[in-house]
Design a protein around this ligand. Sequence first.
Ligand SMILES: [Zn+2]
Length: 404
Amino acid sequence: MQHFRSNIFNPVSATKADFLADHVLSFDGEKIHSIIPFRDFTGAWEDYRQYIMLPGLIDLHVHLSQYRIRGLYEPDLLPWLKRNVFPEEMRSSEPSFARRLSQDFYRALLKFGTTFSVIYTAPYRQAAEIAFEVAREMGIRAKIGMTMMDMNAPEGLLQSTDYALKHSIELSEIWDNPFLGYIFTPRFAPSCSEALMRETGKYAAKHHSFIQTHLSENLDEIAWVKEIFGRSSYTKVYADFGILGPRTILGHAIHLSETELDLLKNSGSAIAHCPDSNFYLKSGEYPLNLISDKGIPFALGSDVGAGTTLNMLYHAKQMNFRQSTSPVLPPQMLYHITLGSAKILGLQDRIGSLNADKDADFILLKPPQGFDIGGHSLSQICFMSEDFEISRVFVQGQDMTVKS
Ligand SMILES: [Zn+2]
């Protein structure tokens, strides 16, 4: 059993985070045994009194295959895909490249304190398999999917409908653990045929599998979807083809009508909100209040490579900054990179906050010199995370700290 004496911020809801000053978190193997005030504790302990502890962070939407093209600028989704993303994703067809990329990517996730993530890989079975294998070797926990595209993709990335379906299903049968498991990953409606989406939706519903895709990110994209499928809206395409449901995570969801919001709400689908990416590509402002008022669950994704960093505390700040009129408060910022994300994944009994019997997934932040640790500190962590060093990272009680 290990005992860490520190100061803990623990998310409770979108409006509340507890501050536990001078507490001892005890963990035994993979699980948290107890969290108690130091004054009630007896025995030996490790001293992290000058640190702040948070639950491990969660990234709900990230592209492994785009990790190396962060910051290559092109301020519009469709030209950016063509110019930067597609040529880069082709490089993952080479196994040695895919392996090295996976290693670098996971190491960077850990460096930023991300202990669970939901990942898109390039549209090659082997690249997805390598992503899983390297994750297992490194102790990474994630949902991972091979991006599917059976139309409107350049040669070299274009899959046949059979290839996309068959390999996705096989991978989902092999990788079926909720903590290192498959997520069906149609890239977005313009690159997926009706048949592919229908079969994916049917299979995923039958097997209670997760699905991730992108929705209504960019106005040209939306016009293109209308042209291809002729439905009344982008959301209606997914609704008609069986993509929506309580285990579906939709990236972006920026430009939505009231009818679309109702479709999303009634289906139980969740949104991965990616504010950094949305402003990088000038896609638009996320209708946070409309979506909150409607009661549609959402949490934050880095959307690397359109997102510029894997640092989820930075994305929490962007969630605030990318609302032009409504303030987003620190407890909400923390919630959407921890417990709120865990709930969308159905993993809230294990991860997302720190409680006895949950997994010992936590990070220790070292504040800047002369910093006063107190209940006010959450705000500073959320708005000036670059001044805090992520000193230690634990996943299931294992020290996963990246030594630089
Ligand atoms: Zn994305």
